[in-house]
Write a protein that binds this ligand. Structure first.
Ligand code: PMP
Length: 285
């Protein structure tokens, strides 16, 4: 098992990046994290579509097409020899002058990281995790739009640090108007009286690929599924809470701000959706 890093088409074991890359200096970059099944990327087309949309949103022109990325990712996965991999695709603004102005950055850098994957412990899925509603707000979409997946994650880093201080494993953020948004690297779902609720995109969230799949699965399986706006306090009324993300899949939440959610263990709807999502993953690669 090995780490392989493809830098603009060449595969390396280690990589040093210039400190003048604006991705490093300003978080001026876009990225995707992709999981694998049998070392083949899952939902790659959706991830690449979102990568190009994020790049376009920050006027970053990716110098190659999707096919180029697919081909180089495939070669890098083969070179890794991993059973399963953690894939991170990063496109940075590139090297430029040490000013905030990106106009001197002429060549974006494309980095495909393929690493050994560290899975979340089984106990997280069996017992659920502890989350906290934190005071740090999610960026409003007219600032740094959370639906653009950039390398600037300091908002979420600060939220995660606050959750740690509160003894929780992850943070849930509200937007500046007090409406629920998402976790630090995941989307939020909760269940009230049998209805599955999730903040709508206009609350200021990333349109998660797992979120999209889970909404579809819930609807196909006859659940009442609603996207909308709910104040942070609504979460205290939830019978179940879960988070979704490429690496987390469907992760149950057992405690909110130190208080049990429902019976303080993964609820039946969460477990059903986890099973359905895992089933989908093994079918569609
Ligand atoms: N929200 C944020 C802020 C994230 O970083 C992620 C992880 N990419 C998600 C949601 C979940 O998105 P996905 O299901 O596409 O991994």
């Amino acid at each position: 098992m090995a780490t392989k890093i493809n830098f603009n088409g060449e595969i390396h074991d280690h990589l040093n990046i210039s400190v003048l890359d604006h991705g490093f200096l300003f978080g001026d970059s876009v990225y995707e994290v992709v999981s694998t099944l049998n070392n083949q990327p899952c939902f790659l087309d959706k991830h690449l579509t979102r990568l190009y949309a994020s790049a376009q949103a920050i006027s970053l022109k990716i110098p190659h097409d999707k096919e180029w990325l697919r081909e180089h990712l495939e070669n890098t996965l083969v070179a890794s020899g991993n059973d399963e991999s953690y894939i991170r695709i990063i496109v940075t603004r590139g090297v430029g002058e040490i000013t905030i102005d990106p106009s001197s950055c002429e060549h974006p850098n494309i980095i495909l990281m393929v690493m050994d994957v560290t899975e979340y412990p089984k106990s997280f899925y069996e017992k659920g995790i502890r989350v906290a509603l934190v005071s740090i707000k999610r960026n409003p979409h007219n600032a740094l739009n959370p639906n653009v997946k950039t390398g600037n994650y300091l908002n979420n880093v600060l939220a995660k640090m606050e959750a740690d201080r509160l003894g929780a494993q992850d943070a849930i953020m509200v937007n500046p108007w007090g409406y629920l948004t998402e976790g630090t690297t995941s989307n939020l779902f909760f269940v009230c009286e049998g209805h599955i609720l999730t903040p709508s995109l206009d609350c200021g969230i990333l349109s998660g690929i797992t979120r999209e799949m889970v909404i579809q699965l819930a609807k196909e399986n006859g659940f009442h599924m609603e996207e909308g706006k709910w104040p942070g306090e609504e979460l205290y009324k939830a019978d179940e809470i879960f988070l979704t993300g490429t690496l987390k899949r469907v992760m149950p939440v057992s405690h909110l701000d130190g208080r049990p959610v429902g019976l303080g263990k993964p609820g039946p709807i969460t477990l059903k959706l986890l099973r359905l999502y895992d089933g989908l993953l093994t079918k569609k690669v």
